[in-house]
Write a protein that binds this ligand. Structure first.
Ligand code: HEC
Ligand code: HEC
Ligand code: HEC
Ligand code: HEC
Length: 98
């Protein structure tokens, strides 16, 4: 799993675009460290969640679909950072609860 992810990260990194993952798009702007301390994920992803909010604001500050889940969820519950076509993925998450 770990090895496969790194292959995906480095493979796709050369051809980012509309279908690139959130992580690839952000790594291109600011490197892995823009989300991960020392470039690697924390055990509980709390640091990563703080980083999203530091740049984008919290759920309460965003539009309706985001504000409806304030205090209940982190960004990563709907946006899977290392998955591709991230927009479609966020929309697909609704069915798991509603
Ligand atoms: C936009 C923020 C962001 C960036 C930039 C980012 N990551 Fe991540 N990463 C995450 C989040 C959030 C997770 C938790 C799982 C997920 O969402 O895919 C994660 C998970 C991981 C994992 C664990 C995957 C697993 O399946 O357990 C590894 C390894 C990783 N990232 C490495 C990297 C590397 C290397 C880079 C730079 C090329 C990078 N990340 C860039 C947010 C980011
Ligand atoms: C260092 C600042 C920074 C951090 C940290 C950051 N973002 Fe972003 N993000 C941006 C900027 C800048 C853009 C591009 C402009 C825009 O769309 O707002 C962006 C774009 C996005 C987009 C739309 C484009 C895409 O790649 O799909 C999503 C979704 C997103 N961010 C989610 C996240 C999530 C989730 C996290 C935490 C895991 C995160 N961001 C962390 C600055 C950041
Ligand atoms: C309840 C699920 C959910 C949660 C939680 C959530 N989002 Fe979203 N987000 C969405 C959906 C759905 C869209 C619309 C995606 C689309 O149409 O491409 C979206 C869109 C976005 C966009 C604009 C993407 C673009 O392509 O322009 C950004 C940026 C973003 N979210 C950031 C965040 C951040 C940062 C957090 C955490 C603070 C977060 N989201 C938490 C569901 C969620
Ligand atoms: C992890 C579970 C989960 C996911 C995924 C999720 N939701 Fe929710 N959502 C909730 C919970 C819990 C509430 C608060 C209880 C309620 O009002 O039903 C809520 C509330 C809402 C509300 C407000 C309802 C009201 O009556 O005020 C809307 C609208 C909504 N969600 C839409 C969405 C959409 C659209 C998506 C996908 C982008 C989504 N949700 C993803 C769990 C989730």
């Amino acid at each position: 799993m770990f090895k496969k992810l790194l292959v995906a990260v480095f493979g796709i990194g050369m051809a980012f675009g509309a279908a690139a993952s959130i992580a690839d798009n952000h790594a291109d702007m600011g490197g892995c460290e823009s989300c991960h301390a020392d470039g690697m994920p924390s055990a509980d992803l709390a640091h990563e969640a703080e980083q999203c909010a530091a740049c984008h604001g919290g759920l309460a500050d965003m539009d309706a679909v985001h504000a409806a889940h304030d205090g209940m969820m982190t960004c990563n519950d709907c946006h899977v950072s290392h998955e591709h076509e991230s927009g479609a993925d966020a929309n697909a998450s609704c069915d798991t609860c509603h």
